[in-house]
Design a protein around this ligand. Sequence first.
Ligand code: ABU
Length: 934
Amino acid sequence: MSEFRFMIFLVIVLATVTHCHKWPPKTKVLHIGGIFPINGTEGWQGGMACQPSAMMALEDVNSRSDLLPGYKLKLHWNDSECEPGLGALVMYDLLYKPPQKLMLLAGCSTVCTTVAEAAKMWNLVVLSYGASSPALSNRQRFPTLFRTHPSATVHNPTRVKILQNFGWSRIAILQQAEEVFISTVEDLETRCRESGIEIVTRQSFLNDPSESVRNLRRQDARIIVGLFYVVAARRVLCEMYKQGLYGSSYVWFFIGWYEDNWYEANLAQEKIECTREQMKEAAEGHLTTEALNWNQDNQKTISGMTVEDYRKRLNAELLKNSHDVTVRFPDGYQEAPLAYDAVWAVALALNRTMHRLAERGRSLDDFTYNDAVSAGEIYSAMNATQFLGVSGTVAFSSKGDRIAWTLIEQMIHGQYNKVGYYDTQTDNLTWLAEARWIGGKIPQDRTIIIDKLRTVSFGLFVTMSLVSSVGIAAAIGLIIFNLVYREQKLIELSQPACNNVMLVGIVLLLSSVILLGMDGDTVPVIHFPVVCQLRAWLLCLGFTLAFGAMFSKVWRVHRQSTKSKEETNKMKDKKSRTQSAKSKVDWVLVGLSFIDVIILTIWAIVDPQIRTVENFQLENPTDTEKDIKIRPSMEHCESKHQNIWLGVVYGYKGLLLIFGLFLAYETRSMKVRSINDSRYVGMSIYNVVVLCLITAPVSLVISSQADASFAFVTAALAFCCFISMALIFVPKVVEVVRNPDRPGDGDDETDQTVSKEEEERYRKLQQENEQLQQLIASREHKLKLLNQRLLERNASVNVNGITPSPIVSASNNTTVSTPPMSGSTRTTTIHLPPAKKNSEVRFSTSSMEMLPNKTRVGVGIMKIHCTETIVTDTASTATPTTLVFNEQVVDGSGDDQEEYEEECVAGVELIEKITDSPMFQRGGAARSPEESYL
Ligand code: ABU
């Protein structure tokens, strides 16, 4: 109440003084320059409203005789279009064209920056009514700048306060590439960092915001602070609409100084490709922050007007300038009070300066651009200026900034609604109304991501564990079987020690199935590396023992079957095969296992495997809950140099597989008595190789699917183990079960099957045998006839005194010599020259003693074998003998003698092998390579 009385008293005193004081007439003019952005296409064209407002203020100031007594203030102005270049030109015009200007008014940050930076060179104070750039607060760079427009940084404490109020701690920033916004963002970033708010991305653009908006989407930005001039804001809004970055999941913060209907203005002019409706839809719900540029109290201001009086006058003035505010507010309408108060501030500062200079015997009329003293006085006067204007209390901080409240507004149904105020000085946020959200709830600042570990499903794990347990039990059972029946020849000749090692390997492999199914669900993270190590050891050693044992067998079969006969005989002499099999250390297996242990040990020490988590693409949850995504992940065992270690292990195992495959193929029809199951081992090797070839690439492809990968790998592992056990042990078990008490003599080999080649050969021989038998029958018949005729002839010769001689007919190159008779014995020698490789000669003879060695039959095929064959008949002359060489039935084609001889030796061995075989032994004791078969 006392304050009110004092105010009334003050007004009466002032009125009396003013009335009583005789002020000199305003005959002289003080010139000031003004730069207004009006007709530009980019940036802020706030001069539209600010210039008329400034002219109103000038009118009001000049109507006051107590202010600048004797002087009129004149404003010389031009349009900068918010273009720094044009702004500079306007400034030089103002400076260099008389009259001398005392001060400059400027608006739009980009122009103001240029003007204020240069003005100090002309000792000019610049007062900005419309520049928000925080960069302008730099006193070193802009020492003579003041502004009635608050710095854009005044929005930042407000923004941070709102973010905290709604619990948003993750924001993104989209800015136009202008210094005003860059410096605002720098300040915002600092404040956010201090408040623990994460800035997920900061996107900037020059003209086209489409890529930046796209990036915001990619970064899952939800709360976005946008800093750009209104023309760019319309492009952003349209892009938001196109890319769907609006609505219930997004909150945009825009600058509050755009005019109310900015989103639907100039769309065609600016070639915005969105309709008004679309722009309105995209703009719905966004928040703005803006310094309060209009005095909130309707009290009288320095001009004697209330804010409402001012508004009415301004609107009328704008109408004169063809801006009907009932239709659309012109740009800069919000800042118009700032321009009005700026002119008042200039007048007051010059008024104060005038008095100060007068005290020093100087005048404002004397001011030149070199007059630093007057400039200093103007600066001090401006610094001290404080009054109640239509924009509120006008006062300048040490940085020349205006101190103001900020207003928070939200666009609801296309209209801005006031929702609160924030007073930076008292940190007081006052809500006028509750913010309204599309969808009824406060949007989230991010997509909620739920991590989901891809693990092996319990049912599958249990099933495969059971399967592998059955396999382990079977393997252990077979080891016991091997031990129990170790005395049986069948088992003894199957290398039971080797088989047991293979079974141990299978047990290890099947045990790894359980470890492969262990994951984050069953093993604590801290123990996971142990599982990793165990997996590697079990798999590597298991494979080496199981496959290595098979490999070792085929290796031995191959070696034994390729040994020379002499070596074999030597071995026979040294010790029996059985003894050998019993006592021999399997160096192949020992070597392979040793390599494994070395690799695994170095791996575990140098670069141990640890638990790593692989994250996969976000997935939408099956329910309809918005803003929630599932991030699947999977655990892996990995070393730093995993690829190198895998390369070493796979390379080594791969070579073993390839070599094993080769040996299995090479020995497919070979038989070694001491390894009676080598054929099944070979088949088992094929099985392992094929499964490894399928499993390795397929498991790589499906490695990201826990269940599929586990099921496939473990099924392949189990299948491989079961097949190997079945192939190698089922025949043995069946045989032993059938004849449990028979110790066996080695003939009861499990591998009784003959090869296809042998069967084929046997079949051919049988056919040939039948043909030959038919031939024999016909020849015997012929012989009979011939003998008959011979006897008849001899009888007639004897009658005539002629001595009979043997009848010999020979084929080509056969020499038949008939030596003279000596006593009662007569010898017939036939030289058969060396024939071509594998040649055979069919013969028939009537004498059993006629052919070499132990030929017991009179008709057959004689194998002419490499060397000259001499057939000698020492039979008694009592009975004439007949030797008929019918034909050479097979003609070999070996050209090279050396090769031919080698072949001969090989042929001998082959024949021996065949005749060694049990099925050929039944035919008799014929062993000579020269012998023919019947
Ligand atoms: N309130 C208008 C600010 C314009 C500018 O800083 O350029």
